[in-house]
Each structure stands twice: as structure tokens, then as C-alpha cells.
Design a protein around this ligand. Structure first.
Ligand code: FE2
Length: 465
């Protein structure tokens, strides 16, 4: 653990200790009777949910899923001040200990549960003026919404703080807006209301709610398994495409790893890093439509063969866009053969070239240059770096290319102000195809960079395989 992460951890634990103290004071100070059956049920129910956590894929920035939050939120609605926070902390402590997590992790997660629940409970009790949760009226919506917002805000803030500090990635709370975890929290808030009302009004029918809870849990487990299997299938497909040519075996996997390393060096968010890894792995999937005779052709390609070859980024993107798992990767993949000077496959220029595509181009080119090809042997690391530098602004993004070479040489990467305004041409739903304005079809096209020249003179068909 680095120094920044240790500092964040120390601050988080201090805040948590203070929150725990406040919760104890509030709990012991209450005059309201607390039903032991109720708090024991919530404590062990929450711990059980924690224990049944479905792990997330860390490499994909996927967070673990559990329904423990429903119990924390139900406790807020059912128990007097302080008790809910202690129940949430106790349930997390028990569950995480049973899952044999590290001491630091247990302490951090328990602290976050106590703090988030205490803050949310203060907001809920302050806003909810209703007589009892047994017969809630329309006035329940605002306190529940506020409680959920505060709980989620505290949790997200804590997770983002510790992950930013330990990885050195960019602080990116806004990326949570698009994450499925936020929908899970919303669902858990709704479950909490149903649980709380049932426990108070009709505990005899609680069994139905528990069965429902189990169904939600199982469907989430299936959903995660499906995502995992889809990833594995896509990975296998990409590997199969690479394996058609012995020269490009494992090329996509290396491009993915390199693109991820670069986005990490640029201190981009965890989601951006994961997207870069997948875009790299999938970028040449569309070569599945290109015949082996074209892929392995030693001589220059004719116009029809070129057209097919040029279609592969679009085919890759079109294959992946309909899948919710990979739809975000489409711009990076569709435009991975674009160049700042407009001489790429589809004629995009620096102004409208997506940043993510420029990253894939760099990783793709470096890997292509440093591996053996039928028409030339592999370049050395330094020669490839020099070649990228020579082509900055023509073939490669000038700012990103410079930072990429710095990373490759093990130098400190200059902070890059990413041009967030750059965007690919919008593809409306009635448009069947992106208009291809390709310089390769123009009779007068001449190679304009060292790599183009190499392609042209050697008679090979792929500038960046
Ligand atoms: Fe490609």
C-alpha cells in the first residue's frame, strides 16, 4: 500500500471511529425499547448477505454485489438513532471476517458501513415526520430518497478515495453515474422499504419477501455469470482471429494490455483502463470477414481486397455495439486506423478522432512494429519509439504519442490534458453505414509517413495489422 492510500485509510478509520462513538452515544441514550429479536435478525441477516457476496471482476472494475445494504437501510427505518449504524457495522464485521478478508479491508468496510448508515439515518429521521413506518404514507418517498442518496454518496466517496489513492488513477466520481452498481443501490433501497414495512406490519409474511430476495440474488448471480461467459467468449473469438496468422498470434491480447498500461500511466479512470484493455483485445475482431488469402497475401492488394480489409474496424465495432457489455468500446475500435492527418481508413482528422481510438492505434502500432512480419523482422524497442516520434502529428496523435513514448521508455509521463471535446461522427439510427471517405481509394494517394512508405514499398496490405 502506497503513502497516499495509507493517508486515506488513516483518515477513513479516524472518521469511522468518531462515527462509531457517536452511534454508541446515540444508541445508549435512546429511551425507546429495542426489540432484541429485531436487531439480532437484522444483524445476522445483514451478515449473511455479506457472506453471500457475489465477487466482481477486479480487472473489469466490477464491484462485488451483495444485498447487505438493504439490511442497513431497513435498520435505519426500524431502529432508533445510532442502532442502525451499529447493526450495519456489526453485520459487515461479521460477514467480512467470515469471508476471511484482510484486517485492513474489514476495518475499512466496517467503518464505511457505520459512517454511511449513521449519516443516512440522521437524514432519514430528520426528514420523516410520519408516526410509524408500519403505515407509511406518501410522505415516505422524500426521506427514503434522501437516505439512499446520502448512503450511496458516502460509500461511493470512500471507495473512490481509496481506489484513487492506491492506484494513482484520476478521481472520477462521475463515472459512477453510468455504472450498474448505482442501479443495484436503487434496487436495494426499494427492497429495504418493503422489508421494513413488512417487519413492522406483518412479520408473518416476511417469508415471501425473503424468497423474493433470494430470487433477486440468484438473478444477479446469473447476470454476473453471463457477463463473465460473454467476456470469455469474446476473448476466445479475438484469439481465434489472431491465430489465423502465426505472425499476429496473441497480438490483440498484447495490444489490450499495452493500451491498459498506457491509460493507467495517463491516470485515467478505472473504467477507462478496463475499456482500453477490452478495446485492444477486440479491435481486429472484424478481420473475421477477411479471407485468409487476403490476410496472408504477400503482394499488394487490389482495390476490392483493400475495401474488404478497410471494412474490418467497422465490422468489429458493429459486432460489439449491440452488446451492453462492449457498446462503449465501439468508437475506440471503429476508428483505430485513423490518423491525425486525415489519411486513415475513414478520413477522420485530429479534431474529430476519438481519444480512445488514438490510444488503441498507438498500442496496436507499437506491437505490430516490435513483432516479426512476413515482409520484415521485428524492430527493436528503441527503433519503434523513434518511429512513433517521427510520425507524431501525421500518423499518431501528437500529444498522446509523445506521452506513449515516454511511458515506453520508462520516463515520467507528462500530464496530458485530454481533448474531451473530440468525438467521432455521430451515426444516426437510420444510417446503415458510416460514410467512408478513404484516401486509399484515391488514385493520387501517396504514402506520407515512414510506416506508409514501408507498407507501400514492401507491397504489404496492412499498415497496422
Ligand atoms: Fe486493425
Amino acid at each position: 500500500m502506497n503513502r497516499a492510500a495509507k493517508t486515506v485509510l488513516a483518515i477513513a478509520l479516524t472518521i469511522s471511529a468518531a462515527a462509531a462513538l457517536i452511534a454508541i452515544v446515540l444508541a445508549t441514550g435512546t429511551e425507546e425499547h429495542v426489540d432484541p429479536q429485531l436487531w439480532i435478525g437484522l444483524l445476522f441477516g445483514g451478515a449473511l448477505m455479506e457472506l453471500a457476496t457475489i465477487p466482481g471482476d477486479e480487472e473489469e472494475a466490477e464491484h462485488p454485489f451483495s444485498l447487505a445494504t438493504s439490511f442497513h437501510l431497513a435498520a435505519i427505518m426500524l431502529l432508533p438513532g445510532g442502532w442502525a449504524a451499529l447493526i450495519a457495522g456489526g453485520a459487515t464485521l461479521l460477514g467480512e471476517t467470515a469471508r476471511r478478508k484482510s484486517l485492513i479491508r474489514i476495518a475499512f468496510n466496517t467503518g464505511v458501513a457505520i459512517t454511511a448508515t449513521l449519516a443516512a439515518s440522521q437524514v432519514f429521521t430528520g426528514l420523516y415526520q410520519g408516526e410509524t413506518i408500519r403505515n407509511p404514507g406518501w410522505d415516505i418517498y422524500i426521506p427514503v430518497t434522501a437516505m439512499l442518496i446520502v448512503y450511496v454518496a458516502f460509500t461511493v466517496f470512500a471507495i473512490e478515495a481509496i481506489s484513487t489513492a492506491s492506484t494513482g488513477n484520476r478521481w472520477d466520481v462521475m463515472s459512477w453515474v453510468k455504472r450498474p452498481e448505482l442501479v443495484s443501490y436503487l434496487m436495494e433501497g426499494c427492497l429495504a422499504v418493503v422489508l421494513a414495512v413488512l417487519i413492522k406490519a406483518a412479520p408473518q409474511v416476511l417469508a415471501f419477501a425473503i424468497i423474493l430476495l433470494g430470487a433477486v440474488f440468484l438473478s444477479m448471480k446469473r447476470h454476473r455469470a453471463l457477463r463473465r461467459e460473454t467476456r470469455q467468449t469474446l476473448k476466445a473469438l479475438a484469439a481465434a482471429v489472431d491465430a489465423r496468422d502465426p505472425y499476429t498470434a496473441e497480438h490483440s491480447e498484447r495490444v489490450g494490455q499495452l493500451a491498459a498500461r498506457f491509460t493507467e500511466a495517463l491516470q485515467m479512470s478505472v473504467k477507462d483502463i478496463s475499456d482500453a484493455r477490452w478495446a485492444g483485445r477486440m479491435h481486429d475482431l472484424g478481420k473475421v470477414v477477411v479471407d485468409n488469402s487476403i490476410l496472408h497475401k504477400a503482394g499488394a492488394l487490389d482495390e476490392r481486397e483493400w475495401e474488404l480489409m478497410r471494412s474490418h474496424p467497422n465490422v468489429s465495432a458493429d459486432l460489439l455495439q449491440p452488446l451492453s457489455l462492449t457498446s462503449d468500446l465501439a468508437p475506440a475500435i471503429r476508428y483505430h486506423h485513423e490518423r491525425p492527418d486525415g489519411l486513415g481508413y475513414y478520413g477522420l482528422t485530429l479534431e474529430n478522432m476519438p481519444v480512445e481510438a488514438a490510444i488503441i492505434t498507438l498500442a496496436d502500432s507499437y506491437d505490430a512494429m516490435t513483432t516479426n512480419r512476413p515482409y520484415r523482422s521485428a524492430m527493436t524497442h528503441e527503433a519503434a519509439c523513434n518511429r512513433i516520434e517521427e510520425c507524431l502529428g501525421t500518423q499518431f496523435h501528437p500529444v498522446l504519442g509523445k506521452a506513449f513514448v515516454q511511458m515506453l521508455r520508462g520516463e515520467t509521463v507528462d500530464p496530458v490534458e485530454l481533448p474531451r471535446n473530440s468525438s467521432p461522427p455521430r451515426r444516426w439510427f437510420w444510417q446503415r453505414k458510416v460514410t467512408v471517405a478513404s484516401p486509399f481509394l484515391d488514385d493520387g494517394w501517396q504514402p506520407t509517413s515512414a510506416l506508409d512508405a514501408e507498407k507501400s514499398t514492401k507491397g504489404t496490405h496492412s499498415l497496422i495489422p
